[in-house]
Design a protein around this ligand. Structure first.
Ligand code: SAH
Length: 494
């Protein structure tokens, strides 16, 4: 089982940089043992102009049977079936085994980490990948549909069953060559890691629920917008229906959040934050953050959840106040969390400070054990990003399951939109807002939620409270009303 990655270079950017990127020295042949055999990394060519790294996986067919998902099956079955466990295409065909080897031998490269030369991983370079035998269910056409949208030029030639007998037709294998000019090595490796097993469509291991997280992590930045994302998800998760559905929903949220991020105009930040001078009003986003901090401080909360934390502005503000001893930011968008981590300089933070903050990826449309037991939760400008039919799921996850003592929810007041001069009549403030509520609609929702889950609720305006249309942002503060209905069981009965 074999795969090569090549790059070309120039005097300023020698091709041998590939060695740094892969964390494998071009002058050495190295071997790594994996659960299914030995992975060898060697460089058939390495000079300033061209450099090729080869990954060769020697599969141990016996280990494959012992540890694979076929374990236990086939014993005492038909002799042919038992034999097929040992005699099959696994040693030769690029499949999930190769993908796993790729992920473990080149794990830093896949994450885009290069301590020795930190400037290298982010730079796209010409790349060529060749896989001589790729089992491709769906044929050359599917191979193109999978790789071309990602910026690859694809050459996919069917391998004949037997070159001496052309009449026998083609095998299900493809000789694949991919060429790209503007991808980084990390991107290339992530594409291969997901798409090789997708093309083979037969994983060698049991697909567990944490594969959804893995898929979203490795697919970050390219999967959510891929036209074949559904097929990729289904096959990657071995057609396990419930996992596929979960992944599909999460990808959809990521896709929308990404579209949201790229909005050019953000009304809330219409006034530059650095414009401190008296004449210029404080941006609404800043006023909202101040209002939320005020509510949290007054509640005496120390351990706080920022649900739908986006790019981490509130988390950053919370960190500045030592009263908040534990701050957890949660968002469905990996991209938002990456930006948040960068904003907070998580990697350079001192240990004590770092121990106060956690960023978690997760969807608020699912109950999540990790969110239980906090003093307070904030949902700042988040609910309007969910489709209305999904809102009860969020409501249960937050008020029914996580059940913090205080919950602070903000959302736009649609009545105020007539006051935004730059907003055309009838438009919502953001491309991704699924709804924007009047004060009456928001109060109605909040009162029902409070009643259903045993909270008291109070409403506060954020921004100038216009006598006719109210404030631009509306805020509801929920407090668990009495200690006796504090336990979920009693709350449900209430
Ligand atoms: N709270 C931040 C960001 C608001 S934008 C602020 O006030 O500035 C809305 C955020 O909610 C986005 O980052 C989006 O990714 C996130 N989001 C949307 N739906 C979500 C869901 N179901 N689960 C978790 N986060 C979600």
């Amino acid at each position: 089982m074999f795969l090569t990655i090549s790059t070309t270079g120039s005097a300023q950017r020698p091709a041998t940089d590939l060695g740094y990127l892969l964390h494998k020295h071009p002058e050495k042949a190295q071997a790594f043992s994996t659960s299914y055999g030995t992975a060898h990394v060697l460089y058939p060519e390495a000079d300033a102009e061209r450099c090729t790294a080869a990954l060769l996986l020697e599969v141990d067919a016996v280990a494959l049977v012992r540890r694979g998902k076929g374990k236990g099956k086939g014993r005492g079955g038909a002799p042919d079936a038992a034999l097929a466990q040992y005699v099959n295409d696994r040693p030769y065909a690029a499949s999930s085994l190769l993908a796993v080897a790729l992920g473990s031998v080149f794990s830093s490269a896949m994450r885009g980490v290069c301590t020795a030369r930190p400037e290298l991983p982010g730079t796209p370079r010409p790349l060529r990948v060749e896989v001589p035998a790729l089992p491709a269910r769906g044929g050359a056409d599917l191979v193109r549909r999978l790789f071309e949208p990602l910026g690859w030029t694809v050459t996919a030639e069917p391998v004949p069953l037997d070159t001496e007998f052309p009449d026998w037709g083609d095998s299900r294998y493809i000789r694949l060559a991919l060429q790209a000019e503007s991808l980084t090595l990390a991107e290339a490796l992530r594409h291969l890691y997901v798409l090789l097993p997708v093309l083979d469509d037969a994983k060698h291991y049991w697909v567990s629920p944490d594969e959804v997280d893995k898929l979203l992590r490795v697919g970050d930045g390219w999967l959510a917008g891929h036209p074949e994302r559904e097929l990729i998800t289904r096959r990657y998760l071995s057609h396990r229906w419930s996992l596929t559905r979960q992944a599909k929903e999460r990808l959809e949220l990521v896709r929308l959040a990404e579209a949201d991020d790229s909005e050019v105009e953000d009304l809330d930040n219409a006034v530059e934050p650095e414009a401190e001078d008296e004449e210029r009003p404080t941006p609404l986003a800043v006023q909202r953050r101040e209002a939320i901090l005020g509510v949290l401080r007054a509640s005496g909360a120390a351990r706080v959840l920022d649900l739908g934390c986006g790019q981490g502005q509130l988390v950053q503000a919370l960190l500045k106040d030592p009263a908040f001893t534990e701050i957890v930011g949660v968002d469905v968008s990996m991209r938002a969390l990456t930006i948040a981590a960068r904003r907070l300089k998580l990697d350079r933070m001192g240990e004590r400070q770092a121990s106060r903050v956690t960023l978690l990826q997760g969807s608020l449309a699912y109950t999540d054990k990790r969110l239980k037991g906090y003093d307070a939760a904030v949902l700042s400008e988040v609910i309007e990003h969910l489709d209305l039919p999904r809102l009860p799921a969020l409501e249960y996850a937050v008020f029914g399951s996580a059940r913090p003592r205080t919950v602070c929810v903000t959302t736009p007041n649609v009545e105020y939109n007539v006051r935004w001069e730059s907003l055309p009549a009838g438009h919502v403030r953001h491309g991704d807002h699924r709804f924007e509520w009047t004060r009456e609609e928001f109060c109605g929702w909040a009162r029902t939620v409070a009643e259903r889950h045993g909270y008291d609720v109070e409403f506060l305006p954020v921004g100038p409270d216009d006598p006719e249309v109210g404030p631009p942002t509306q805020m509801a503060v929920f407090r668990l009303d009495t200690p006796k209905i504090d336990t979920p069981k009693e709350a449900k009965a209430a």
